[in-house]
Write a protein that binds this ligand. Structure first.
Ligand SMILES: [Fe+2]
Ligand SMILES: [Fe+2]
Length: 269
């Protein structure tokens, strides 16, 4: 089966780029399942139910998240019903929602897991302990196709997860930094990239208008982050093939504004 994984979708420009490019990519690359990180999909902070439904109409099947998932207070009220919207599995069990979603594709079960790192992040349970427990559950259900969105700041943490899980899961894709990295590889049949990179404005700072980040860096004072609607936009995602739980091929696609797809970093094993 062929899956597309989109990194952090930031604000209205991010949703617009999903609208412009996801359905087209599904058709052009013959994709069976789409996954995207939506923690910044509504104004850069969290996700509203309205925007979640909007992204579904653009053919986004499964939505992962991260530290910004609780930014919109309404999320607490609907996340339990919308099981395709994940929150990191290692967030407190006192919070609503689930960190794993199981979907059937072509008669095979696929588990999508959302996991969060510890460095420079809110307090979460140890990700390695949490993932071990979840993989044990999936083993009992005989689910081999396992995709992890590892939402973390530090590349070393992401790389450590790869070394811990290589050969045990189908794919580990990093999110959160919003900066796409060029280290896409398949190691022991596990696809990996440190960060997929954002979908949204490409001419600011991690999808945000540059005024507030410059002010903060220059003077050490915080002002409100906002998203420039008239920006240069990017869509970026990883497309990969799984057979019997093993990644066999992976590549990256990028599109700028209304342009064509650029394919790069192709790798197989
Ligand atoms: Fe993000
Ligand atoms: Fe994040």
């Amino acid at each position: 089966m062929r899956i597309i994984f989109i990194g952090d979708i930031v604000g209205r420009p991010g949703r617009l780029m999903v609208h412009r490019h996801l359905a087209k990519a599904i058709k052009e690359f013959n994709i069976d399942l789409s996954i995207g990180n939506v923690e910044n999909a509504s104004g850069g902070f969290g996700i509203t139910k309205k925007n979640m439904k909007e992204l579904q109409t653009y053919k986004l099947n499964v939505m992962t998240s991260g530290n910004h998932i609780w930014d919109k207070k309404e999320t607490f009220n609907f996340i339990d019903e919308e099981t395709h919207l994940l929150r990191p599995i290692n967030y407190s069990s006192l919070l609503p929602g689930k960190g794993v979603y199981i979907k059937e594709i072509k008669g095979e079960k696929v588990a999508i897991i959302n996991l969060m790192g510890m460095f420079s992040m809110p307090s979460v349970d140890n990700p390695l302990v949490a993932i071990d427990k979840e993989l044990e559950n999936l083993k009992k259900e005989n689910i081999k196709n396992i995709i992890i969105d590892f939402h973390a700041e530090a590349t070393a943490e992401k790389r450590t997860l790869l070394m811990y899980l290589k050969g045990k899961v189908s794919a580990i894709f990093g999110t959160h930094t919003h900066i796409g990295t060029d280290d896409l590889e398949i190691r022991e049949n596990t696809s990996y990239v440190s960060d997929v990179g954002l979908t949204g404005c490409n001419d600011g700072v991690i999808g945000m208008e540059d005024k507030a980040p410059i002010e903060r860096m220059l003077k050490g004072i915080s002002s409100k982050f906002s998203i420039n609607r008239n920006c240069d936009k990017i869509f970026q995602a990883i497309i990969f093939d799984i057979e019997d739980g093993k990644s066999i091929n992976a590549f990256k696609i990028k599109a700028f504004d209304e342009g064509e797809f650029h394919k790069s970093l192709e790798t197989d094993c």
